[in-house]
Design a protein around this ligand. Structure first.
Ligand code: C2E
Ligand code: CA
Ligand code: CA
Length: 700
């Protein structure tokens, strides 16, 4: 009690002490108000005036707390009832000689804590001392902390706070749910015990990064208590303690990204697989090569890449329709998958192109073994939509690192080797050889130029006369195409026809040949030539076209050439590709009056028995037999046997490539009906052919 602790004072002392006390009071940051026993204000300081926003002119002496607060009512944030309650509590506490504590919220946002303490004299209330302390700052901090705690407790993100050494100080409920641990199981552990080992985030790397950047972002897997991994996106921030210059805390925020990862995985699967066959696609192949080749390089392994293209697939697609083609591709995909081992890789690039990667072969021969297995696997017919389909693969093989140092080159070279397999007669495999690329580029070059050949008038026909075997009169001509390229000069049909067939350009070119041959022969006849046959070579690809008969009929109609003067030369292999279909097409052609010759006879199936099913008029003995007829007894036997057999079937036989009198003599005496060859005439330009035939006919 102040009265007892302070010694009684003399008047002069009292005055000085009073002044001192008033000075202390004025300098206090808190508002102080001393009320008398009637709770009327008697002593106050400037801080009180400020705290309550009182007008300096207000009469404060003798005011009650209610007066003060009402005076500051404009600033008080309380409803009248609340204010009344506060005052009531104040008065009651003072009346009961008790301490008072209350809070005053003001509309300017400040909050003051009001404390009251009774001054007693002889056990009675002598006064009531109140202080007004601004606790706005403290309260705001408290609220922020509470809010932070709420966020910590209720956010779906996992939060972990670690110390300087990355030991876990606390983890929020979401984090506990994510990790399936109870707090006591992880608090105190290093956080790295909770994370799947990751080369990109070792404790050392982490420490260095966070030291430098104060923050770290990434994706990492949480090892759950169950042992499963949970993929999470992570952000770590270093929170510095202002008092110590060293970092004090790290806040780790984890977001569960399982769903995103699953979606990514689904997208990856969709992006990397071929929807038709379910096999990996080109993108997947590129990724696989990018993974496999560096490994192989490190370990000195060889990797084989096999490029597989189905022979005659386009044929099947064109004639039987895409659904059948699709079914064929699915079956091929499944057979290829069965042939390879688990560590091998098969992809479909699109169309009828497949690629197999054999990682870690010990010798190229291993690839040859697989290639043979593939040929075997595709040799049995495939049933698709009631059709028995025959397909065969042309396989190109290139070996890493011998045939290329990167995925693209290896693949390109396997592709090149595949083209060689095709030109080597299909249904076989070829290893890549360094000089193949030259012919591959050459091939592309020809293809490019050929596309313009018709429109730029670079194509022409020449005609090689055919004669009766006694040489007495011409029986017909064979139209043979010539390509005069303005820069490259004459390009042989032996070079460009296979490319035209492969690319489908033969359809357009073939139609041009037919139309031109019909027109020229008609022109010759109109110009006075004795009517003779003109023979036109037809490719398998043309024969497969549904509109082939109409094209032939159209050319005849347009030109006015009588149908029986047109002959179509078709190779055995072309008709044997799809015999049933060929029979029906050739029958309709035959019905028009057009005649048919089997070209290059003896080089293909040579099944005369089968050929008699076709409405054929002529058989052309291939010039390779004729060339050897004088020296090779075997060839001679075949040639003569063929003539006899053809006659027994009622077919006329033409020998092509007759170059010598001896050949002619042998053929003639063995019953050959007609002959064609350099002995009589080389193929002649249109004008020369007309002149030649005209003179022969008039001479004969
Ligand atoms: P092919 O149908 O067997 O044509 C006969 C080929 O033998 C012609 O070669 C001809 O010039 C050549 N020849 C003729 N007589 C003799 C001879 O006594 N000795 C030798 N060594 N050869 C002779 P060409 O004109 O170079 O045609 C080659 C092949 O190109 C043709 O073989 C044919 O398969 C194809 N071809 C030519 N023109 C056409 C065409 O318009 N359409 C189609 N689809 N193919 C064509
Ligand atoms: Ca021919
Ligand atoms: Ca021929």
């Amino acid at each position: 009690m102040p009265a007892k602790t302070n010694p009684p004072c003399k008047d002069s002392d009292c005055g000085r002490r009073n002044t001192l006390l008033l000075g202390v009071l004025e300098s206090m940051p808190q508002g102080v108000g001393v009320f008398d026993e009637n709770l009327l204000l008697r002593l106050w300081n400037r801080s009180l005036v400020n705290a309550l926003n009182l007008t300096p002119s207000a009469v404060l002496d003798g005011a009650t707390l209610a007066d003060l607060l009402h005076n500051s009512a404009g600033n008080c944030d309380y409803a009248p009832e609340r204010l009344a309650e506060l005052l009531d509590q104040f008065n009651t506490s003072a009346g009961a000689l008790l301490n008072f504590q209350g809070e005053l919220a003001q509309s300017d946002g400040r909050i003051h804590q009001i404390m009251g303490q009774p001054l007693l004299m002889d056990g009675k209330l002598a006064g009531y001392v109140t202080t007004f302390v601004d606790i706005s700052e403290q309260r705001a901090t408290q609220e922020r902390e509470q809010l932070a705690q709420k966020v910590f407790d209720h956010t779906p993100a996992g939060i972990i706070v670690t110390d300087n050494a990355q030991r876990i100080i606390s983890a929020n409920p979401a984090m506990l749910a994510m990790s399936a641990y109870a707090p006591y199981e992880i608090v105190g552990q290093t956080i790295f015990a909770l994370l799947a080992p990751d080369a990109a985030l070792t404790p050392a790397i982490f420490q260095e990064t966070i030291e430098q950047n104060r923050t770290w972002n990434g994706e990492i897997s949480i090892v759950r208590k169950t042992g499963d991994l949970l993929p999470a996106g992570v952000r770590v921030n270093r929170v510095d303690d202002l008092n110590i210059s060293q970092s004090s805390h790290h806040i780790w925020i984890f977001a569960d990204i399982t769903e995103r990862k699953q979606a990514e995985e689904r997208m990856r699967h969709i992006a990397q697989s071929d929807s038709l066959t379910g096999l990996p696609n080109r993108l997947a192949l590129q990724i696989r090569l990018a993974q496999t080749l560096p490994d192989a390089r490190r370990h000195n392994w060889q990797v084989a890449v096999m490029f597989i293209d189905l022979d005659r697939f386009k044929n099947i697609n064109d004639t039987l329709g895409h659904p059948v083609g699709d079914e064929l591709l699915r079956e091929v995909a499944s057979r290829l998958s069965q042939v390879i081992r688990e560590t091998d890789f098969v992809a479909r690039l699109g169309g009828d192109e497949f690629v197999i990667v054999l990682p870690g072969i010990s010798a190229p021969a291993d690839a040859a073994t697989v290639a043979n297995k593939i040929i075997g696997a595709l040799s049995s017919p495939i049933l698709a939509d009631g059709n028995e389909l025959h397909t065969s693969p042309s396989i190109g093989i290139s070996i890493f690192p011998d045939d290329g140092n990167d995925g693209d080159t290896i693949l390109k070279n396997a592709d090149t080797a595949m083209y060689h397999a095709k030109s080597a007669g299909r249904n076989n495999y070829q290893f890549y050889a360094g000089d193949m690329n030259k012919s591959a580029t050459e091939r592309l070059d020809i293809e490019r130029k050929l596309r313009h050949a018709i429109s730029r008038n670079e194509l022409a026909l020449c005609y090689q006369p055919q004669f009766s075997a006694d040489g007495s009169h011409p029986t017909g001509v064979e139209a043979l195409i010539r390509w005069h390229h303005p820069v490259d000069g004459i390009i042989s049909p032996v070079r460009f026809i296979p490319i035209a067939e492969e690319t489908g350009l033969i359809v357009e070119i073939g139609e041009w040949v037919l139309r031109t041959a019909c027109h020229e022969m008609k022109n010759w006849i109109d110009a006075g030539l004795q009517p003779i046959r003109v023979a036109v070579n037809i490719s398998a690809r043309q024969l497969r076209r549904r509109d082939f008969c109409e094209v032939v009929a159209g050319c005849l109609a347009e030109s006015g050439l009588p149908a029986e003067l047109l002959e179509l030369e078709i190779t055995e292999s072309a008709v044997m590709e799809n015999p049933l279909e060929a029979i029906s097409i050739l029958e309709s052609i035959g019905r028009m009056g057009v005649t048919l010759a089997i070209d290059d006879f003896g080089t293909g199936y040579s099944s005369l028995a089968y050929l008699k099913l076709f409405p054929i008029d002529h058989l052309k003995i291939d010039r390779s037999f004729v060339a050897d007829i004088e020296t090779d007894l075997n060839d001679r036997a075949i040639a003569f046997g063929t003539i006899a057999l053809a006659h027994s079937l009622g077919l006329n036989v033409i020998a092509e490539g007759v170059e010598t009198e001896d050949q002619l003599e042998l053929l003639r005496t063995n019953g050959c009906d007609e002959v064609q060859g350099y002995l009589f005439s080389k193929p002649l330009s249109s004008g020369a052919a007309f002149a030649f035939l005209h003179s022969r006919a008039t001479a004969g």
